[in-house]
Design a protein around this ligand. Structure first.
Ligand code: GLY
Ligand code: MN
Ligand code: MN
Length: 447
């Protein structure tokens, strides 16, 4: 048997078996589910992007290789979970490192049967015979979707031999994404680790920031911390925007010089064992907020605190957003950036030119994680085990001539990762300073 290549601490077989049992139960007897891995993507010519497994596939299998198909057949006598994967290959082991192979697919990863991926064509149509429903992640891999349709047709063509083909094609999304929305203890542990490393990275960035550096040099501090702690991938490309670049919501150029007197907005989070963190902090390049920066920053912070406060079971998804909008609008009115009656301004969304995004999203294996935000057209109620971000901001564009010049070009966002608990919530990124005085003190110690 090939030597096992997986890191024991990263793979929790019992956890995967429990997910597989739940999934198989949801699929139901008489049906079949087929879930494919991600593929390797080309970057240029013969250079590949680093491989990142499909999150649904990894959630169910823990198997971290391309060219793999997982099949789940409830009540199949010879075993309900089958993997089609690459055979172990000594030549590949020499060039790119060892892969699991058929033995480990069974012995380590817990598949009841494992077959070479090249045999899929011969075996899968047979498994689809006489099944009512075929579940698969529709739309993720159109080529594979088409392949499944063709094989279903093949089975249908054999109807005179007494076999039937699946009559219903159903997306696995709903089943799997409802499962992924509620995090297990094992998942929360990994998310806490991702959060911890990202907190340390943001602290490192604050400590090392000074005027005259380029945004990418601060990004390098973040990446250094991620990698040196073993988080080899970012959960998403870091946003490191000085001054007015902080007003560009998805700024990732990160190549401008940092100016004395500007703010720096950093939105960066690592991925730890396939779990994301997502943190934003905004702080002064020179370590001290000026008056306008401080006023807007404190407003965003108050809005964030108000939003986090209402994260608890039984409250609905949109309550944090409503809370943030109320605080931001009132503050903009007080500071003179908006004029009018508070209720009317909120109703008419007068804050939108300065706060144009939502207050958060689900967080998990994907940074914008899966799970419905509405159920039966109503905002979903929060439940223990859900993880979301809370990330209000204010972005006064340089072109916002309707406000006094002193406010223009200030972009601020504050983002934390929040777990819904039985009693309320736990802020997974709590350890990262965000009060004005905390940030100024931290930066003064290292200025
Ligand atoms: N970093 C992506 C987001 O905050 O949604
Ligand atoms: Mn973010
Ligand atoms: Mn976010």
């Amino acid at each position: 048997m090939a030597k096992s290549i997986i890191k024991k601490e990263a793979f929790n077989l019992k956890e995967y078996q429990s997910r597989q049992r739940n999934f198989i139960q949801l699929i139901g007897e008489g049906n079949i589910a087929v879930v494919s891995s991600a593929s390797i993507a080309k970057r240029n010519r013969d250079v590949e992007y680093p491989f990142r497994q499909d999150s649904d596939f990894f959630y169910l299998t823990g198997f971290d290789e391309p060219d793999t198909i997982a099949v789940f057949v409830p009540s199949r006598e010879q075993g309900e979970y089958i993997l089609f994967c690459r055979e172990s290959d000594e030549k590949m082991a020499l060039w790119t490192g060892a892969n699991a192979g058929l033995d480990d697919a069974q012995k380590v990863y817990g598949a009841y049967d494992a077959f070479p991926i090249d045999d899929l064509r011969d075996i899968l149509p047979g498994l689809m015979e006489n099944k009512n429903r075929l579940y698969f992640p529709m739309g993720v891999n159109p080529d594979f979707d088409r392949q499944l349709m063709d094989w279903s047709q093949e089975v249908r063509d054999r109807s005179r031999a007494g076999v039937s083909a699946p009559a219903e094609f159903i997306s696995t999304d709903h089943l799997l994404h409802e499962m992924r929305l509620i995090k297990s203890a094992d998942e929360i542990k990994r998310m806490k680790k991702a959060a911890k490393i990202s907190v340390e990275a943001h602290i490192r960035a604050m400590k090392n920031c000074k005027a005259g550096l380029y945004e990418y040099q601060v990004e390098a501090e973040i990446r250094h911390e991620f990698m040196s702690k073993g988080a080899l991938f970012e959960a998403y490309p870091a946003i490191v925007g000085g001054g007015k670049n902080g007003c560009v919501l998805h700024y990732t150029q990160n190549d401008a010089k940092l100016n004395d007197g500007d703010l720096l907005l950093i939105d960066a989070g690592c991925e730890w064992q396939k779990y994301a963190s997502d943190i934003t902090r905004t702080f002064p390049v020179n370590g001290v907020f000026n008056e306008e920066q401080k006023a807007l920053y404190q407003l965003v912070l108050d809005a964030q605190r108000a939003a986090i406060e209402v994260v608890k079971p039984g409250n609905h998804w949109n309550q944090p957003h409503d809370a943030a909008v109320a605080v931001l609008t009132e503050g903009l009115l007080t500071l003179g950036l908006l004029k009018g009656k508070l209720e009317k301004l909120i109703k008419e969304q007068a804050y939108k030119p300065y706060y144009m995004h939502r207050t958060g999203h689900w967080l998990g294996m994907d940074v914008h994680d899966v799970g419905d935000y509405k159920v039966d057209n109503e905002w979903r109620l929060l439940e223990p085990g859900m993880v979301l971000t809370v990330e209000p901001g204010l972005y006064i564009q340089p072109t916002a001539t309707e406000v006094a010049e002193k406010w223009r070009g200030i972009g601020i966002r504050i983002e934390d990762d929040v777990l819904v608990t039985k009693k309320g919530h736990e802020v997974l990124t709590q350890a990262l300073p965000k009060e004005v005085n905390e940030i100024e003190q931290l930066m003064a110690q290292h200025g």
